[in-house]
Design a protein around this ligand. Structure first.
Ligand SMILES: NC(=O)c1ccc[n+]([C@@H]2O[C@H](COP(=O)([O-])OP(=O)(O)OC[C@H]3O[C@@H](n4cnc5c(N)ncnc54)[C@H](O)[C@@H]3O)[C@@H](O)[C@H]2O)c1
Length: 420
């Protein structure tokens, strides 16, 4: 049966535009197109069912095509109801890959799409936020028990997998792709940092120089966002709950405060905590008129948009991607991209070169799972594999490193004499 007959997408006629975007992503993805393809050429994925549930845009689609080229039976869905690119979904179906995803078709339709992927009984999942893994556990425990492995993209998803493992509910191997150095050091920090600020400025057509930004969370994502705010002449007021991270932000030269000191002066408020309701009803009361709110964390619920909608006396869309809620005291709150991840739902997502690294990690992880090389429980790829990926990226940039010679090693024997 053709992929079109089993898929749910908006419109197959959008495929030509999607093909162009996927081909553009390929041009800047030397790791996925080279390093990963080489790994997969041993046939480990041949005939294996792989579900890819990551934000459905061009880079994800390119990964899906590389897996399919390696012989995997790939089925794809978006990991967020607001982030799918319909032209990319169409292009994948045009390449005979099954897809279940339509942008902004509502939470129920998105849930249904994830359940449709579940019904294909995947052996492996390349997941984001553990969105498919959790749904398989709750809706089809029989198929969940048959899973051969999961590799997980995000901080939030890894936390969910660990919680499953703690409850003794993870009967298969899982790889925390997020925890690989080649993922979070670059994706969470540089990728999310740049693309979040880019998306906010593109959606609003505003200037960062001279702006004050309350930034909630100073993990890998928060660090990157703060650096990009500063690079463009803005001031980040970091709001943390962890004293060590707050001190780090202070030493990095950012302003540090709590919600009540930071929110009243903020032109922009950005959430990057990985939790829910970091900004809620009581916090909207602290913000100034015209504050612009954006979320970079996994959950659409980091900003409690529902509470804002409940409290507002009026609502209107003021510009594509910008919703205005006017509170009873006439203060206007502007929410970007419905409170979903602003860099993906309201922008083009991470730079391609960054996703090339992240998807190399995810793809290699899936390969290791398929080769049966990972034990039950949650693991990180071996440090040697991380180094291989970094070396391959450097090699692409024409950079070759020296090896440390044995005479350059520091040895305690030089001080103590050889062991007798
Ligand atoms: N937008 C994207 O493209 C993208 C990319 C990577 C990760 N993420 C997501 O971004 C989120 C953050 O990721 P990370 O890698 O920085 O995680 P992290 O765990 O390194 O950092 C989160 C930080 O938020 C702080 N925090 C938690 N609750 C808080 C609160 N209520 N107020 C203030 N600070 C709070 C924590 O102390 C921690 O330092 C996760 O949901 C992750 O999945 C998004």
């Amino acid at each position: 049966m053709s992929a079109l007959n089993v898929s749910r997408i908006l419109d197959i006629d959008l495929a030509p535009e999607g093909h162009l975007a996927i081909d553009w992503a390929r041009r800047h993805s030397p790791l996925v197109d080279g390093f990963l393809r080489d790994r997969l050429s041993d046939g480990a994925l041949k005939g294996r069912k792989v579900a890819v549930v990551v934000h459905l845009e061009a880079k994800t689609a390119f990964l899906a095509t590389v897996l399919a080229d390696a012989g995997a039976e790939v089925v794809v869905a978006g990991s967020n109801p607001h982030s799918t690119r319909d032209e990319i979904a169409a292009a994948l179906v045009d390449r005979e890959i099954e897809v279940h995803s339509v942008r902004d078709s509502g939470y129920q339709a998105w849930e249904k799409d994830l359940l449709s992927v579940t019904e294909t009984a995947p052996e492996f999942i390349i997941d984001d936020g553990a969105e498919l893994t959790i749904r398989m556990a709750t809706h089809r425990p029989d198929l969940f028990a048959e899973l051969k492995g999961v590799t997980e993209q995000t901080t939030t998803g890894v936390a969910r997998l660990m919680a499953l493992a703690e409850r003794d509910m993870l009967p298969f191997p899982a790889l925390a792709a997020n925890d690989a150095l080649c993922k979070h050091l670059f994706d969470n920090r540089y990728g999310t940092g740049q693309s979040t600020i880019q998306a906010i400025l593109n959606l609003t057509n505003m200037l960062m120089a001279g702006k004050t930004v309350a930034l909630l969370g100073y993990g890998w994502v928060g660090r990157g966002i703060a650096a990009h705010i500063r690079a463009l002449g803005g001031t980040a007021w970091v709001v943390e709950i962890d004293p060590v991270k707050a001190l780090e932000a202070f030493m990095d030269g950012h302003q540090v405060g709590n919600l009540s000191s930071s929110l009243p002066m903020a032109d922009f408020v950005i959430t990057a905590t990985g939790g829910r309701r970091a900004l809620s009803r009581e916090h909207f009361a602290l913000m100034k008129d015209g504050a612009i709110l954006a979320n970079a964390g996994h959950h659409d619920l980091e900003i409690d948009v529902e509470a804002l909608a409940d409290d507002a006396k009026s609502f209107r869309i003021v510009r594509s991607g910008i919703d205005e809620y006017v509170l009873p005291d006439d203060r206007s709150m502007l929410v970007l991209a419905n409170g979903a991840l602003v860099n993906i739902a309201g922008g083009l997502g991470h730079p391609i070169e960054i996703m090339d690294l992240s998807f190399a990690v995810q793809g290699v992880g899936c390969h290791e799972l398929a080769r049966g090389e990972v034990a039950e429980g949650v693991h990180v790829i071996a440090p040697e594999v991380d180094s291989e990926i970094a070396a391959a990226k450097l090699h692409f940039h024409g950079i070759h490193l020296d090896k440390k010679e044995s005479h350059q090693e520091d040895s305690i024997d030089d001080l103590l004499g050889p062991e007798v």
